[in-house]
Design a protein around this ligand. Structure first.
Ligand code: AMO
Length: 420
C-alpha cells in the first residue's frame, strides 16, 4: 500500500493516507472524520455538496479506532490540525474496532497507569505516551552516536549466566538444562574481560535483570542498561565522559524532539557540566546517617534537595561497593551519578591486579573458583580500566519528569507484572 504520512502532505495533491478513526463530527451540512496516524491528526472533510451521500454514510458508520484507508484531494485549511483537509473520494475500512474501547484515546479521560499498561497497544496511540517512546528511541540513538564518536565499540554479552556480579541476592534463577543458571544482572564481568581482549573501549545497551522485591516508582525487574568499559582511563576520566554524555543527550533531545516534548508539556532544562563532586562523608552528613550506611531513598532525597541538580558521590567506603572496585585505603575509586530524584549510574576504576582481585573476592565472601573464567582474563595482561552502568529508564524519567519509571518502558516487568 503506497501511503503518504500526514507530516509529508502538501496541498493541491491527490493522496492516499491511512490511520485510526480518532473522532467523527457531524455538523449537518458537513461531516468530519479526524484520522490519526503516527505523525498527528488529519481532518477529512465531507461537505454534503461535494461528497456522495453513500460515502458520508459509510464514514459515519465507522466505529472509533477502526483502521481506514482514505484517498482524496488535499486542500489547504489553516483551521485544521496540520493546516490541511482532505476531501475524500474513497474510504476503505481495513479493520473494525470493537467497542467499548479499553482506553479513551482522545486523552480527555486519563486512565490510571495499571489500566494503561494492561492495554499498552491502545495507550501508545495517545500522543503523550507515544512521545515518551519517540524520545526514548532518540536517547538511545544519541547514546550510540556519542559513544561511537568517542571510539567505543558496541558489544553484546550473554544474558544467561552462571554467576552473580552485583552481590548474590538479586538473581532470577532459570533452569538451564541440568544446571543452575541465572538471568544476568549486569554485563560487568564480560565488559571487563573485553579489556583483556584488547578492545580498549566497549559499550553495550542491553537488558539487565534484578530480582529485587521493591515495588517503587524507581525500580524495575528488567532494566535497559547503558554500560561502558574503557582501558587506560581512570575513574575521573570516565566520570567526565558520563557527564558529557548526559549533556549531549539532553541537547540532542531538545533539538530533535521538540514536538514530543511539547506533547508531554516538558520544557527541558539542559544540565550544566561539570557536575558537583560530593564525598560520601559529606553526603552522609547532609543526610544525617552513620558512616558505612548506603544512601536509602530518604538520604538520597535529603542530599538531592540540598544540591538541586545532577551530582556525583565519590570517595565511597570500600565495603559499600562491589569486589571489582579499586580500593584506596578504607575508601575506593567508585562513584555514583545522582539526579536529585534518584541514582542514575554507578561506576568505578577497577582492580586490574590478579592477586588483589582474588583477595577482594575473598573479603566479600565470594568463592574465587566460581569466577575462574573472569579471573583468567587478569592473568595474561590486563590493562588498567574503568567504566560505568547507566540506567536508561532512570535517565528518561528524570529527564522528562515522569512520575513512575514504568511509564518509560513499553512492557515493564515488576513484582506484580509479567504480562503483557
Ligand atoms: P548498579 O547496580 O548501580 O551498577 O546499576 C547501574 C544502574 O542501573 C540502573 N538500575 C536500575 N534501574 C531501575 N530499576 C532497578 N532495579 C535498577 N537496578 C539498576 C540504575 C543504576 O544506577 N556493574 C555496575 C555498573 C558498573 O560499575 O559499571 C552496576 O550494575 O540507574
Amino acid at each position: 500500500m503506497k501511503l503518504t504520512r500526514s507530516s509529508a502532505i502538501v496541498p493541491e495533491t491527490d493522496v492516499t493516507v491511512a490511520g485510526w478513526v480518532h473522532e467523527l463530527r457531524d455538523l449537518g451540512g458537513i461531516s468530519f472524520l479526524l484520522l490519526r496516524d503516527r505523525d498527528g491528526i488529519m481532518q477529512i472533510t465531507m461537505p454534503k455538496k461535494k461528497v456522495p451521500p453513500e460515502l458520508v454514510e459509510h464514514v459515519r458508520s465507522l466505529s472509533r479506532e477502526s483502521v481506514v484507508r482514505v484517498a482524496g484531494l488535499v486542500k489547504e485549511e489553516l483551521k485544521a490540525p496540520q493546516g490541511f483537509e482532505i476531501i475524500p473520494y474513497e474510504v476503505e475500512l481495513l479493520s473494525a474496532a470493537e467497542s467499548p474501547l479499553p482506553l479513551d484515546v482522545t486523552g480527555k479521560v486519563r486512565a490510571d497507569l495499571d489500566t494503561r499498561l494492561d492495554a499498552r497497544f491502545m495507550d501508545v496511540r495517545l500522543p503523550a505516551t507515544r512521545a515518551i517512546f519517540l524520545i526514548r528511541a532518540t536517547v538511545l540513538q544519541e547514546v550510540r552516536a556519542f559513544l561511537s564518536a568517542h571510539d567505543f565499540i558496541e558489544i553484546q554479552t550473554p544474558k544467561m549466566v552462571a554467576t552473580a556480579t552485583e552481590g548474590g541476592t538479586q538473581l532470577f534463577p532459570i533452569s538451564y538444562f541440568d544446571r543452575e543458571a541465572f538471568l544476568n544482572q549486569s554485563p560487568q564481568l564480560y565488559k571487563q574481560i573485553m579489556m583483556a581482549a584488547g578492545l580498549e573501549r566497549v559499550f553495550e545497551v542491553g537488558p539487565i535483570f534484578r530480582a529485587e522485591e521493591h515495588d517503587t516508582r524507581k525500580h524495575l525487574n528488567e532494566v535497559t542498561s547503558i554500560d561502558i568499559e574503557a582501558s587506560f582511563l581512570d575513574d575521573r576520566e570516565v566520570m567526565e565522559l558520563l557527564e558529557e554524555l548526559i549533556r549531549h543527550v539532553y541537547v540532542a533531545v531538545a533539538e530533535r524532539c521538540s514536538a514530543s516534548l511539547q506533547a508531554l508539556g516538558v520544557s527541558l532544562l539542559i544540565p550544566n557540566i561539570p557536575f558537583k563532586r560530593i564525598a560520601y562523608a559529606e553526603a552522609i552528613e547532609t543526610a544525617d546517617i552513620p558512616w558505612g550506611d548506603d544512601l536509602d531513598t530518604a538520604a538520597e532525597k535529603a542530599v538531592g534537595e540540598e544540591v538541586g541538580e545532577h551530582y556525583f558521590i565519590v570517595d565511597w567506603p570500600v565495603e559499600l561497593k562491589p569486589f571489582y572496585v579499586q580500593p584506596r585505603n578504607n575508601l575506593c575509586y567508585a562513584f555514583d551519578l545522582m539526579h536529585p530524584r534518584m541514582e542514575l549510574a554507578s561506576g568505578a576504576r577497577r582492580i586490574h591486579d590478579y592477586a588483589l582481585l582474588v583477595e577482594q573476592l575473598a573479603s566479600k565472601s565470594l568463592a574465587p573458583e566460581n569466577f575462574g573464567f573472569y579471573l583468567d582474563a587478569f592473568r595474561f595482561g590486563m590493562p588498567p580500566h574503568a567504566g560505568w552502568g547507566l540506567g536508561a529508564e532512570r535517565l528518561l524519567v528524570t529527564m522528562l519528569g515522569l512520575a513512575n519509571i514504568r511509564e518509560s518502558v513499553l512492557f515493564p516487568r515488576d513484582r506484580r507484572r509479567i504480562t503483557p
